[in-house]
Design a protein around this ligand. Structure first.
Ligand code: ATP
Ligand code: MN
Length: 485
């Protein structure tokens, strides 16, 4: 019977010792001499490595093991062994058979006493970029295709996975339906930023109409199309039929934001709930975020401990704090008062009616309240057309959730459900009603109060991992002048 591969994670947790096991993974390090060799192997299942030991019999030299290289046995006795082991370099991929035993050394509970090591793929130490010495995160961005092999990106990618799973799990448990909204959109009126054009017309010589403009009737869809900036408008349609829905998909923004918190391609989670008003929308956002962070603390303890020790000594404390403390809720108007009387000097001045900058958001969260903040009721001029107008006619039922180190992590609102008020707002803001006729049908037929928000997935991963640049929490970051890989 052939032996099944075990993951490093399963072996490290195993109580069942002194049995033959098979493990496959990549070499993190190797050390030793002609009597004993230690190889640290990682297979990505967990941050920890398993220690492979190849030990000689008393008085003899290595190995007692069979070392297989490209299907040929290159060493199984005698003095050639140490040379053979030198082929096993950082980054090489191995399959190891041996006995799982209690470790005699410190630092691990179990180890494998190898009986057979097969080199599945070598990694030329002259050429392999990820040698043992620490490599900067900046440099790793240039070799993003190899980053997952590092401890840091292994941890980040496992946490990212856990959070994605926790999101689906949260919504599933709470009766939300996952709706797939389109990635290519025919409306350029979503109002959340600049868009990437999707076209099959030749860029050099696009067909032109008589007045010289590009003739999009000849384009693939017979009209201009773009990559979506948000699934919200389509999400609203679904909420007005299914009650509680969410989207979780890629979104694209062509704004030239070269910051540590913006990507040109990012993933967004957008719940939308019929009959919810602003208060319930805030309750949902708070409960949702807290339960995601709690999930990560419970299921990613090893990875978070590593990130805490390596990058951000406050990480675990901050995550627990967010789970255990209610968010501070206040209106934009109240926030402006606080900012105006703040001792701190800001680069951008604050006045009622201006949009808050990241420095203002972070002052409120990190200095003033020292906890997550939900700001509500922003001036209508700085928010999107679909937000419900407050009775004073000056503000809208918007809500932004602001997090320490991040600033805005969620943006949402109660939606304007009144057809006349909505179309008036659209006209005021020059949003073309004819293009959004399909959207207006929700207000024409069986309209109801409803509310929702958008959570930037990478901002959440950024917060939970304690990394400082959003480009380091997505496998292949897209940002201005960068679409390598
Ligand atoms: P910001 O003011 O930070 O640029 P926004 O107000 O333009 O964000 P929204 O349109 O409200 O963002 O999008 C909802 C959420 O999506 C934001 O709260 C944020 O978490 C995330 N988000 C927005 N733009 C980006 C981006 N370029 N890269 C990564 N995440 C983003
Ligand atoms: Mn926003």
């Amino acid at each position: 019977m052939s032996l099944k591969r075990s993951t490093v994670k399963a072996l490290l947790a195993s109580q069942n010792l002194d049995r033959e096991v098979l493990v496959k993974g990549w070499v993190r390090s190797r050390r030793g001499n002609k009597y004993v060799q230690f190889i640290a192997v990682n297979d990505g299942s967990i941050i920890h490595n398993i220690q492979i030991v190849a030990v000689s019999e008393q008085g003899k030299e290595l190995p007692l093991i069979k070392l297989v290289w490209e299907k040929e046995i290159v060493a199984n006795t005698g003095p050639s062994s140490e040379e053979a082991f030198k082929q096993i370099t950082t980054g090489a991929c191995l399959a190891i058979r041996g006995q799982l035993v209690a470790s005699q050394g410190k630092g691990q509970a179990v180890e494998i006493q190898a009986t057979e090591i097969t080199v599945l793929g070598a990694a030329d130490p002259e050429a392999y970029p990820l040698q043992k010495k620490a490599t900067s995160l900046e440099h790793l961005r240039d070799i993003a295709h190899l980053r997952p092999r590092t401890n840091t990106f292994g941890a980040v990618l496992r946490v990212r996975h856990a959070l994605a799973f926790a999101i689906h799990d949260y919504f599933n448990r709470n009766g939300f339906f996952y709706v797939h909204t389109p990635i290519i959109t025919g409306s350029d009126a979503e109002g959340a930023g600049q868009m990437f054009r999707v076209t099959t017309l030749p860029p050099e010589h696009p067909p032109r109409t008589e007045d010289g403009s590009v003739d999009f009737t000849q384009d693939f869809f017979g009209k201009p199309t773009n990559l979506t900036v948000s699934g919200q408008l389509e999400g609203e349609l679904a909420a007005m039929a299914l009650g509680s829905i969410y989207t979780f998909g890629p979104t694209f923004r062509a704004e030239n934001s070269n910051t540590a918190r913006h990507l040109a391609e990012f993933w967004m989670i957008e719940p939308e709930v019929a009959f919810n008003e602003l208060e319930e929308n805030m309750d949902l956002a708070e409960d949702f975020l807290q339960s995601l962070v709690r999930y990560a603390l419970e299921h990613c303890a090893d990875d978070l401990q590593f990130l805490n020790d390596q990058y951000d000594k406050e990480l675990l404390t901050r995550l627990s704090f967010v789970v255990d403390n209610a968010f501070q809720r206040l209106t934009y108007t109240e926030a402006v008062e606080i900012l105006k009387s703040a001792k701190q000097r800001f680069e951008f001045p604050v006045d009622w009616g201006t949009d808050l900058q990241s420095e203002h958001e972070r002052y409120l969260v990190e200095k003033h309240f020292k906890k997550p903040v939900i700001l509500t009721n922003y001036p209508k001029e700085i928010k999107a057309f679909y937000m419900k107008l407050d009775d004073d006619g000056r503000t809208v039922r918007a809500m932004d959730v602001l997090f320490p180190g991040i600033g805005e992590i969620i943006g949402g609102s109660q939606r304007e459900e009144d057809y006349t008020k909505l179309t008036t707002r659209m006209a005021d803001m020059h949003v073309p009603a004819d293009e959004l006729d399909w959207y207006l049908d929700t207000r024409r037929f069986g309209t109801a109060p409803h509310a929702g928000f958008g959570l930037g997935f990478e901002r959440l991963v950024l917060f939970v991992t304690g990394m400082s640049n959003i480009r380091d929490v997505i496998p292949f970051p897209r940002y201005p002048k960068n679409a390598a890989f």
